[in-house]
Design a protein around this ligand. Structure first.
Ligand code: ACO
Length: 325
């Protein structure tokens, strides 16, 4: 058995921050941000009513409604977040409580930066394939604005907040095929230390170290070489043709130029690489489920379509999946 996505939902914070808004307090411009990233605006949470936990609950409710299931049927919840507002309990336990899921349900979270949703998805698929779950919820939720350094124009303009969720149901369909890779050796490229280290609060540079730090150019070079490569390797490993056997390539929305470069390197029509980064920025682990939910809502995503999902981020980590929607 494999988990088929039967429901999708998202939560997008109400407040919109445009590139021009950044230009009011940073040495930047709409032209620079648009040209280098493709981003025009992003949604930023209010941090009181919109937190990773509350956004996860709202996205999950919509996914459950979209799937048309009773929350009592859910037997596993896995939430991906790198910016959680809850150290304990796991966000998944909060989602369980708010949705009224029974206690006969496993709940835990995964932390894997931007690829978190795919990591959670693969984990859930393992439970389904081994017969330990029949109906599961997979969520990606992020409040990147809590960790962005708003004095660093090279990183803060990239990030947005939001959540996306999918309901997976065990069905006798094509297996979830995937490759996951990581390089801890390149962990310095993208870093953010835990802020709750009281003995270090007075240390010089501690405030900066506990915000997102990124070597943008290095991450860019890594992404435009490793993402096309892992997709090629996936096609070879599972014997499918990238040109003819894939309806859409759903890539992590980090930078429009990375997505365009990937399409070019693979020699695939750009139209097969949907993007919503212009409206939301980089929403880390929420970007893929948010894009899937949007594509279902506007009718682009249809049952039976074959999808490649691919993501990359801190770790460095990167992965790719081949699934039937
Ligand atoms: N506005 C104006 N100028 C800027 C800005 C800005 N917002 N940001 C940087 N610059 C300047 C730099 O200071 C630099 O100036 P200098 O030449 O005088 O030193 C110049 O622009 C070029 O800087 P680069 O960093 O080389 O610019 P680049 O073209 O690489 O674009 C960017 C920067 C957009 C960050 C790009 O490198 C990128 O997208 N990298 C990948 C990031 C990513 O995908 N991260 C995903 C993972 S996130 C996660 O896992 C949490």
């Amino acid at each position: 058995m494999t988990g088929r996505i039967i429901g999708l939902g998202s939560y997008i914070p109400k407040k919109v921050v445009t590139n021009d808004d950044f230009a009011k307090f940073l040495d930047t411009s709409d032209e620079w941000i648009t040209e280098r990233t493709g981003i025009k605006e992003r949604h930023i949470a209010d941090h009181i009513t919109e937190k990773p936990s509350t956004m996860a609950v709202e996205a999950a409710k919509k996914a459950v409604e979209d799937a048309g299931i009773d929350p009592k049927d859910i037997d596993l919840i896995v939430t991906a977040s790198t910016t959680s507002d809850s150290v304990i309990p796991a966000l998944s336990c909060i989602v369980q409580r708010e949705l009224g899921v029974t206690e006969n349900c496993g709940c835990f979270d995964v932390v894997c930066a931007c690829p978190g949703f795919i990591v959670a998805f693969n984990t859930v698929q393992g439970f389904i394939e081994s017969g330990n779950s029949k109906t599961a919820l997979v969520i990606g939720t992020e409040c990147n604005s809590n960790f962005a350094n708003y004095e660093d124009r090279g990183t803060c303009i990239l990030f947005g907040d939001g959540a996306g969720a999918a309901v997976l149901k065990a069905e006798d369909i094509k297996r979830n095929e995937f490759i996951m890779r990581s390089s801890g050796y390149r962990s310095d490229c993208l870093r953010c230390e835990a802020a709750r280290q009281p003995d270090r609060w007075e240390e010089e540079g501690f405030k900066t170290a506990t915000s997102f730090y990124m070597q943008g150019r290095e991450v860019f070079k890594f992404a435009v070489s490793e993402v096309p490569q892992i997709i090629k390797d996936l096609a070879e490993k599972y014997s499918f043709d990238l040109e003819n056997d894939v309806d859409y390539f759903i890539l992590h929305q980090a930078n429009a130029r990375i997505i365009e470069a990937t399409a070019k390197k693979l020699g695939i029509d750009r139209a097969k690489f949907p993007m919503n980064i212009m409206n939301y920025g980089n929403v880390s682990s929420a970007s893929i489920p948010m894009l899937l939910a949007e594509m279902k809502q506007d009718g682009r995503l249809k049952p039976g379509m074959k999808l490649v999902l691919a993501s990359f981020g801190a770790g460095l980590t990167w992965d790719a999946n081949y699934i039937v929607y």
